[in-house]
Structure formats: C-alpha cells, structure tokens
Design a protein around this ligand. Structure first.
Ligand code: HEC
Length: 402
C-alpha cells in the first residue's frame, strides 16, 4: 500500500524537484553571466586618467543603485595585495552542478521518453545515458587538448576548430537523441567546457599568480595569458548556450531535419551579438563594429528560412471522418493526453492538454498543428510510431476545421 502511494507521488515529487533545480539553475546562471558581462564591460570601460596610482592600468567611474564607484585595474597587481579577494567562481560551479542535476531529473530519469526517439535511433535508456556522460566528458578533454597544443597559439585556427568540435558534437547528438535532448546536450557540452575552463584553468592559474604575488615574487605572465584565452572563449559562447537551453520550447528547432546546421548558425549569430553588445556597452564608435548587424541578420534569416514549416498539408487526399480522426488520436495521443492517462509516467494530461474528444481536439487545433504536423515533437519520442501518412491526414483534417 505505502509503496503504491509512493509510486503515485513520484511524478509529483519529480515535478517539484525539476522546478526547484531549474529555478536554482537560473539563479546561479544569471549570477555567472551577470558577473561575466560586468567584468568584460568593466575591462573595456577602463580609462587612463591624469591622477592614477602607480601601477594602475586604468580606472572606471560607475554609478549604480544610488552610489558612485571608482574601480582601478592594476597592470599586474598592487604592492599590497590583500588576502580577502573576491573570486566569483561559485556562480560557474553551481551553474554546472544544477545543470547536471536538471539533466538527471528531466532527461536521465525518463530517458525513454525524453532522450530517445526511435525514428532517430532505437537505443536502450542506459545506453543513452552512457552516450551522454561520455560525450560531455570527452568534449572537455578534446577542447582542452586543442587549446594546450600548438594550435592554441593560433587564435583564428583554434576558434575554427572549437566551432567544428561543437558542430561535430551537434551532429552526433542529433543522430542519437531526440531533437529536444540533442539541443540540450549541445548546450550542456558547451556549458561543461565553459565551467571546466573556470574550474580547471582560469581559477588555478589565477591562484598561482596570487600565490607568487603574496610571496613577493613576480608572477609568470603565461598564467594570465592562458586564463585570458579561456575567458574570451567563455564570453563568446555565453549567448549561443542560452539559445540551446531554451530551444526545447521551440519545435521548429528541435524538430528540424538538420538541427546541427541551426546550431552552427546560433553559435555564429550569438557570438556576433555578444561582440556587438560588448563594443556598444563600452561606447566604441558604431562604425568599428557595424558589420555585426548584417552578420546577425543574415545568420538568423538563414535559420528562419531553414525552419519554415514543413508542408504536410493539402495532400489532396480525401479528408478522414471525425470518427477516424478520433481513433487516430486515441492510438497516438491519449495514452498521455487524457484526463486520466493510461501511460505509467503521467498522472495528469501533460501541459493540461487532454484530447479525449473532438471538442478538445478542436480546442488545441493550432497546437497540435505546430507540435505534431509542422514538427515531429509529438507524439513524444514517437513512442506510438505515428506514420508520415497519419501526420498528413491529421494535418489536412485540422486545416479543414477552420
Ligand atoms: C508518451 C506521452 C505522449 C504522447 C503519446 C503524446 N504526447 Fe503530447 N506531450 C507529452 C508531454 C510530456 C508534453 C509536455 C512536453 C514538454 O514539457 O515540453 C506534451 C506536450 C504536448 C503539447 C503542448 C506542447 C507545448 O509545449 O505547448 C501538444 C500540443 C501535444 N503534446 C500534442 C500531442 C499530440 C497531438 C499527440 C498525438 C499525436 C501527442 N501529444 C502525443 C506527452 C505525450
């Protein structure tokens, strides 16, 4: 008895865990990105002024929340470095930890439903999870090896290869996982690289610098340089990652036939946008970075063009009867989308969408069109093996109801 109560409570508990972890992930993620944006802007806004202390590279005057702030950046470090430095590192670590926790409750826990799409690759849940863990780990080691090799000294070549690495990962993910899981994995792949950059490179190198300064020695300049390289990568990867993380809500992206191509465009568009924001934020004259505007426009336009809805409509076939449509929906949707779903993973209709009768199907007509006809997001993971012909027939019927 008690175990069945627990079984009934499990989806509810998982939903709450999901919400709380997602909330935490957003809070720390905003903290990380906020600090990162702030320091990039601060770096660019430093000015050399007449009255500056010895050893100061530049200063910035800022106003916020009713106070005035005067920040100095040292060329190397002040002579009397205090030992109570503020590090800004937990935002990055916690973003990664909460991200992985969310990956577990959202995807690993229900791998069958959320990670696997049999039309893409029919794998066992445990295999999907192994692919996920191994690929996320491998991504960091490959990236790190690239940066540390001789290639790392050639910035454009390195950037190109990192871009290719992410594209290859996207290609892999979109050929083993469902669209939604694939895009989230691209985000996690890049996010893991970014967090590991902070944990394994930027902070340890900074610690070495601080340690030699506290001992009164001159720090080795190479540590600063290595940290800076990784920090720049992180800066330009921030915005594309955000798009991957919310892409699950957009079947035009997750349901696309070649999502890895979209990933490439998102990375380029996001990096151009980041460049535009940085240069604008620091008050550089527009003509120095005006090229970013058409570049963003072109990348996003190509993405829009590529994601135009599939024309599964107007097949010219005879419309199915209402009864035939009801049977089809019962076969493909109502195991989950019912006031009382028979699917073991659902207590209530997902997203409150129940499709138990024709009125309800009518009510959700535009949504069904979007998620099952113009994209393959539904049925989830195509668990019910809905055929192309069925989608077309349902699409024609839905379109004829207006
Ligand atoms: C295996 C269970 C399952 C089956 C079968 C299924 N769905 Fe869903 N559906 C879900 C879940 C879970 C969600 C919520 C997904 C999310 O959170 O993004 C959902 C969401 C939706 C949404 C709302 C999407 C949104 O983000 O607003 C629509 C519309 C939908 N389903 C339609 C259908 C139709 C039409 C069918 C049948 C052709 C179908 N579903 C079959 C589980 C299922």
């Amino acid at each position: 008895m008690s175990s069945s109560i627990f079984a009934n409570m499990l989806p509810f508990i998982l939903d709450w865990l999901n919400l709380l972890i997602r909330w935490a992930h957003m809070i720390v993620g905003i903290g990380w990105i906020g600090a990162s944006f702030y320091f990039v802007a601060l770096d660019f806004s430093l000015k050399q002024r007449k009255k500056m202390k010895d050893g100061v590279l530049g200063t910035a005057w800022e106003v916020h929340g009713g106070g005035f702030y005067h920040t100095e950046k040292f060329t190397v470090a002040p002579d009397d470095l205090p030992d109570d430095l503020i590090w800004y590192k937990w935002e990055a670590y916690l973003t990664w930890f909460t991200g992985i926790a969310l990956m577990i409750v959202q995807f690993y826990w229900n791998a069958e439903l959320y990670m696997i799409d049999r039309n893409i690759l029919d794998i066992a849940p445990v295999v999907a999870i192994v692919y996920s863990v191994v690929s996320l780990t491998a991504g960091w080691f490959i990236y790190d090896a690239l940066c540390k090799s001789d290639i790392g000294k050639n910035t454009p070549l390195l950037m190109g290869l990192v871009f290719l690495l992410i594209l290859s990962a996207s290609y892999f993910y979109t050929h083993v996982f469902s669209g939604r899981a694939a895009l989230i994995h691209v985000g996690a792949f890049v996010g893991t690289i970014m967090a590991a950059n902070v944990f394994a490179i930027i902070i340890p190198n900074q610690k070495k610098i601080v340690a030699s300064l506290l001992k009164g020695e001159k720090p080795n300049a190479k540590y600063g340089k290595i940290g800076k390289q990784r920090s720049i990568h992180n800066t330009y990867l921030t915005l594309p990652v955000l798009v991957m993380m919310v892409s699950g809500h957009y079947p035009m992206i997750t349901g696309h036939a070649t999502p890895w191509l979209l990933v490439g465009l998102i990375i380029l568009g996001g990096a151009f946008l980041r460049h535009l924001l940085i240069r604008h934020e620091v008050g550089d004259p527009l003509k120095g970075y005006a090229w970013t505007i058409p570049a963003i426009f072109v990348t996003l336009s190509i993405a829009m063009y590529l994601t135009m809805p599939e024309t599964r409509l107007n097949t010219g076939k005879k419309l199915l009867s209402n009864a035939a449509i009801m049977t089809m929906v019962e076969q493909h949707c109502t195991t989950c989308h019912s006031a009382s779903p028979s699917h073991e993973d659902f207590e209530d209709a997902p997203k409150g969408i129940s499709l138990d009768n024709l009125q309800e199907i009518q009510k959700y007509n535009p949504l069904i069109m979007k998620f099952a006809i113009q994209s393959d997001y539904m049925p989830l993971g195509n668990e019910t093996n809905m055929s192309e012909a069925d989608r077309k027939a349902l699409g024609d019927w839905l379109a004829a109801q207006h």
